[in-house]
Design a protein around this ligand. Structure first.
Ligand code: KIV
Length: 284
C-alpha cells in the first residue's frame, strides 16, 4: 500500500507533541528505500555526497547537476519521506535570483520537499527570496562545511561566549528570514539548547547535542562506510566496510580456487536432450 508523503506540517506536529524527528542523508535509490523502511521521517541528499560518493576531499566541487541526479534517485526510493535537497557551493552565493532559480530546479527536477543552504545572517536575503518563491527552506548554521576554509577546517563553533552569541544571531536571522526549520552543526549542547528554547521553528542537530527536535547523521558514517575520518559526534551502528570487504575477499579467493561458480548451483544448464543434439550439430 502506498504511504502518504510526509509534509512540513506533519513535522511541525511532531515538534508540538515532543516527538523526535529522525533524519539521515541518502544519496541513492536503495539506501533511500532502506531509510524509509526503517522509519526515517526526513532524508537529506547532502552535498556530503562529494566525499561519500565521489571521493572528493570536501563539498566545494559538488555541482547542481550531481545534486539533482542523486535527489531524483532518493525521491524514487523514498516517496513517503520528507526529502531535502542540499544547495551546493556556488548555487546560491552570487545573488538572490541565482538562489531562487536553483531552488526551483530542485523542485522541478527532483520533487524535493525543501532545500537546505548554509549560513545565517550572511544568507538571510537568500532564505527570504526562496521562501517568497513558495519553497520550504532549512537553514544550516554552526560548522558549515562549505565555508570550512574560512572557519579554519571542520571545527566546532560557538565554544566561547562571544562566538556562541554569533551562532545565536545566525539562528535568529534564519528564522527571521522565513526558514521552516534549522539545522545546527558542531555546536555545544548548551548553545543548541538556548537556540531550541528561543526559536519557534523545529531545530535539528548534527553534532550539536540532544536538546532539540531531532537528529541528523550522515548515512555513510552511521553504517561504517566512510573511511577517511570519523567526527566525535558520529555513532557507527554497523561496519559495512568490513562486511563488504570480507565478502569481496571471499569471492576473490573462490574465483581463484575454482569453488565459484559451482556448476550445479549457479549455472543455466541446457534443456534436457539438447546437449546431444548440440554435439551432433557441431560434428557436421
Ligand atoms: O551535506 C551534508 O550531508 C550536510 C550535513 C553535514 C549537515 O550538509
Amino acid at each position: 500500500m502506498a504511504r502518504k508523503r510526509r509534509s512540513i506540517y506533519d513535522l511541525y506536529q511532531m515538534k508540538e507533541k515532543g516527538e523526535k524527528i529522525a533524519w539521515l542523508t541518502s544519496y541513492d535509490f536503495p539506501t533511500a528505500q532502506f531509510a524509509q523502511e526503517a522509519g526515517m521521517e526526513m532524508i537529506l541528499v547532502g552535498d556530503s555526497l562529494g566525499m561519500c560518493v565521489y571521493g572528493y576531499d570536501g563539498t566545494v566541487p559538488v555541482t547542481m547537476e550531481q545534486c539533482l541526479v542523486h535527489c531524483e534517485a532518493v525521491r524514487r526510493g523514498a516517496p513517503a519521506c520528507f526529502v531535502v535537497g542540499d544547495m551546493p557551493f556556488g548555487s546560491y552565493q552570487s545573488s538572490d535570483e541565482q538562489a531562487v532559480d536553483n531552488a526551483v530546479r530542485f523542485l522541478k527536477a527532483a520533487d524535493v520537499d525543501a532545500v537546505k543552504l548554509e549560513g545565517g545572517v550572511r544568507v538571510s536575503s537568500r532564505i527570504q527570496a526562496i521562501t517568497d518563491a513558495g519553497i520550504n527552506v532549512i537553514g544550516h548554521i554552526g560548522l558549515t562545511p562549505q565555508s570550512s576554509g574560512q572557519l579554519g577546517g571542520h571545527k566546532a563553533q560557538g565554544r566561547t561566549a562571544e562566538t556562541a552569541k554569533l551562532v545565536v544571531d545566525d539562528a535568529l536571522a534564519v528564522q527571521g528570514a522565513g526558514a521552516r526549520m534549522l539545522l545546527v552543526e558542531g555546536v555545544p549542547p548548551e548553545v543548541t539548547r538556548y537556540i531550541w528554547e528561543t526559536l519557534d521553528i523545529p531545530v535539528l542537530s548534527i553534532g550539536a547535542g540532544p536538546h532539540c527536535d531531532g537528529q541528523l547523521l550522515i548515512v555513510s558514517d552511521l553504517i561504517g562506510q566512510f573511511q577517511a575520518f570519523t567526527p566525535k559526534f558520529v555513532k557507527k551502528y554497523c561496519n559495512v566496510a568490513k562486511v563488504i570487504t570480507d565478502a569481496m575477499k571471499e569471492y576473490v579467493s573462490e574465483v581463484k580456487s575454482g569453488v565459484f561458480p559451482d556448476e550445479d548451483k549457479y549455472c543455466y544448464h541446457m534443456i534436457h536432450g539438447e546437449e546431444d543434439k548440440f554435439k551432433k550439430l557441431m560434428e557436421k
